[in-house]
Design a protein around this ligand. Sequence first.
Ligand SMILES: Cc1cc2nc3c(=O)[nH]c(=O)nc-3n(C[C@H](O)[C@H](O)[C@H](O)COP(=O)(O)O)c2cc1C
Length: 205
Amino acid sequence: MTAIHSYDPKAGHGLRHDPLNAIVAPRPIGWISTVSAAGVRNLAPYSFFNAFNYKPPIIGFSSTGWKDSVRNIEETGQFVWNLATRPLAQAVNATSAMVPEHVDEFALAGLTAAPSQRVAAPRVAESPVAFECRLTQIVRFNDAEGAPVDAWLTLGEVVMVHIDQALLVDGVYDTVAAQPILRGGGAGDYFGIDEAGKFQMFRPG
Ligand SMILES: Cc1cc2nc3c(=O)[nH]c(=O)nc-3n(C[C@H](O)[C@H](O)[C@H](O)COP(=O)(O)O)c2cc1C
């Protein structure tokens, strides 16, 4: 018989560290740039992030609490997702600092704000991939009893894509070459990817 550690999250996990983030891992990072209605730039990483639809492409991230990124997106209806890469890891982390809303995290992390084409929010020039997005929905979470939770899922349609051509090999995007960083569990675990970890499998039929 296998011993199973089972628990109701509302009653507590009973472990040294909450395993949730280590189980649902590694997670891609939504490095989200926005601009406030007053014109202040903002940049922050969100690992509760993913792509949810192909056509139209829709991506989203979840904010625990009503953070500056969500407020700016509600104000302007726009944001940019930037690929968080290994060479940019320290800068990604620096942009997660809790700083007052008037602080520009591009400057804080020594990054260059490149103008976008379809939205006012700038993209990170140093990042090799960026999606310009228009807000589609901000959804406040409820728990299973229907009680509101202090967390918001922000979804946006991708209206412009930018890819460093060095990552396009014979017209195919090279995920390994892009060196995405992925969030693991614990306080500071991240993962990278490499060719050795890749395998192929095709759908039946
Ligand atoms: C790798 C990484 C992932 C993060 N993921 C999230 C997340 O999914 N949701 C969240 O609310 N905060 C997350 N944070 C914390 C935010 O980045 C942090 O609260 C930041 O100050 C928010 O910035 P803003 O208020 O300018 O939007 C993450 C931080 C790091 C370093």
